[in-house]
Design a protein around this ligand. Structure first.
Ligand code: URA
Length: 227
C-alpha cells in the first residue's frame, strides 16, 4: 500500500495531508525518511515524528439505519449521527448518504479507495428503495419513472419500478443524487411519506434489526470490490 494510504488508514491525516507530512520529512519507514512513492506493508515500521504508527484493519460494515440520524460526520443542529451507532476502534465513514428520516441499508468502511469508487457515478451500484407515498400509483407514473425523470439537476437514468401495494412502490436506481428518490416521486405527483433502502448492491438487511450492524463477510467484501 502507498505510504500516504497507510498514514490515512492509521488516522494520521487525509491522503493529501499525509503527502505533506511525507514531503516535510516527518515520516520514517524502517528508519529511513519516507518518500511519496514508497510502498509499505504491515511488516514495515512506520514512524511519524519519531512515534510508531500502524494502519487500521480495514472494516466493511452494513448498518440498518434508523430514522432520526444524520449521515454527516458532524451536524450544526447537534442531531444524532449514524457513526454514533458504530462503536469500534477503526474510523469508518458512511459510503454515500441517507436522509435524516430515511431508514435502511447503509455501508461503512475505512477503505477510502473503495468508498470513492462506490460513490462514483460510473460505478453504478444498484440501490433498492421502498417508498410509502401519498397519491395514486398509476401505470402512467410507473412508465415515467422507468423511462427517467427530468429533475432540476438533469435527467435521471431509467429506474426499475414495482408496485408493492396501493400506496407503496419499490424503485431500484444506481445513481446517488441528493434526495433523488423523493424528488423523482415528487416530480410524478407522489410525495414520499416514508423511505426505506432495502438493498445496497447484493446486500440486504436480513437478520439486522433497526440500529444493528454487522461486518461484511469476505465474499461480500470481494464482491463489492469487484474481485
Ligand atoms: N433518495 C432520497 O430521496 N433520500 C434518501 O435518503 C435516499 C435516496
Amino acid at each position: 500500500m502507498r505510504l500516504n494510504a497507510y498514514l490515512a488508514r492509521a488516522g494520521a491525516a487525509s491522503r493529501r495531508g499525509a503527502d505533506k507530512l511525507i514531503v516535510a520529512g516527518r515520516v520514517k519507514v524502517n528508519g529511513k525518511t519516507g518518500q511519496l512513492n514508497d510502498d509499505v506493508s504491515d511488516d514495515d515500521r512506520v514512524e511519524l515524528d519519531g512515534k510508531p504508527i500502524s494502519a487500521q484493519k480495514l472494516r466493511y460494515i452494513l448498518l440498518h439505519k434508523p430514522a432520526g440520524y444524520v449521515t454527516t460526520l458532524s451536524d450544526p443542529h447537534g442531531r444524532r449521527k449514524v457513526t454514533d451507532l458504530i462503536n469500534i476502534a477503526e474510523r469508518v465513514v458512511p459510503v454515500g448518504r441517507l436522509d435524516y428520516d430515511t431508514t435502511g441499508a447503509l455501508l461503512f468502511t475505512n477503505d477510502g479507495e473503495l468508498a470513492n469508487r462506490l460513490m462514483h457515478p460510473s460505478f453504478e451500484v444498484d440501490k433498492t428503495y421502498e417508498a410509502e407515498v401519498e397519491g395514486e400509483i398509476t401505470s402512467e407514473v410507473l412508465n415515467k419513472l422507468s423511462n427517467g425523470i427530468e429533475l432540476d439537476d438533469g435527467m435521471t437514468s431509467p429506474a426499475q419500478v414495482r408496485i408493492l401495494s396501493v400506496n407503496r412502490i419499490e424503485l431500484t436506481i444506481h445513481e446517488g443524487r441528493n434526495r433523488q428518490i423523493k424528488r423523482m416521486l415528487e416530480a410524478v405527483g407522489l410525495p414520499v411519506i416514508k423511505l426505506h433502502r432495502s438493498q445496497y448492491g447484493s446486500l440486504n438487511l436480513e437478520g439486522l434489526k433497526v440500529g444493528q450492524w454487522r461486518d461484511l463477510s469476505k465474499d461480500e467484501t470481494l464482491q463489492l470490490q469487484g474481485v
